[in-house]
Design a binder for this molecule. Sequence first.
Ligand code: 13P
Length: 251
Amino acid sequence: MKNNTRNKSMLFVANWKMQKTLDQSIQFVQKHIDALKALNRQIILCPSFPALYPLSQLLENSSVFLGAQDCSPHELGAYTGQVSAQSLAEVGCTYCIVGHSERRNYNKESNSEIAQKATQLLHQNIIPIICVGESQQEFEKKQSIDVLHNQLEPVFKVIESQSSASTVCIAYEPIWSIGTGNVPDTQYLQNIFDTLKEWCSAKTSKTKYTLLYGGSVTGENIQQFYQVENIDGFLVGGSSLDFQKLKKIVS
Ligand code: 13P
C-alpha cells in the first residue's frame, strides 16, 4: 500500500501523560484546533483527567477525538481517587488507554486488572487502547513474544466473552523504547506485528482489532514504521506535546 493511502486510515494517539497542566491542555487545543482538523487524520488527544471535560467542549463536532489515560476496573463504588468508565463516557471520551507500562510499573497493575478495565470500557462503548510490551531485560533474553502472550491472554478472554461487536486497540510499546530514542528494527517489529495479527485473526468474536506501535516515535523516524505491515497507527508520547512535532508525524 502506498504510504499516502495508508497514512489516511492510520490512528494517531497523543498520550500527554502528566506533561501538560489543565491550562496548557486547553491552550494547546484552542490554538491548534483548526490546524488539527485540517490535517484530516484520525487523531486522538489523551490529556489528564481534569482537562477531559473542557477539551470535550472544544473538540465537539470536530474530527479530533478524546481519550483518557486510565479508568477504574470497577463499575461504581467506594474507590477513592478512581474514575469510572461511565464518567469517561459522559465526559465525551471515545477512547481510553489502559495498562500503560508506567501504570503497570508505578501502580503495580496486573494483567487481570487491566482486563477488568477493558471490560468496563467496552460496557460504555469506549474503545480500550491496551498497552503491552517487554522490558529491556526480557527483550535481551528474547522473551518478548511470551511476555506479550501473558499480558494479552486475560484481555482476549474478556473481550471474546462480549456478545456485542466492538473495536479494541492493542498498542505494542517496548518499555526500553519509551522516552529513550531507541526504536526496534524493522525486522523485529515485523515479527511482533505478524504475531499480534495472527493472534487477533484467530479470535472468533466480532471484535475489530487495531494494532498500534508506541515508543520514541518522531517525525524523523516515522517512515521506517510504515515498512512494517499490520501497524494501524501510533501511540505517541513526547513528540505529541509540541504541535509542530505532532504535525510532522501525522502528515
Ligand atoms: P514516547 O513517545 O515519549 O517514547 O512515549 C511513548 C509512550 O509511552 C506513549 O504511550
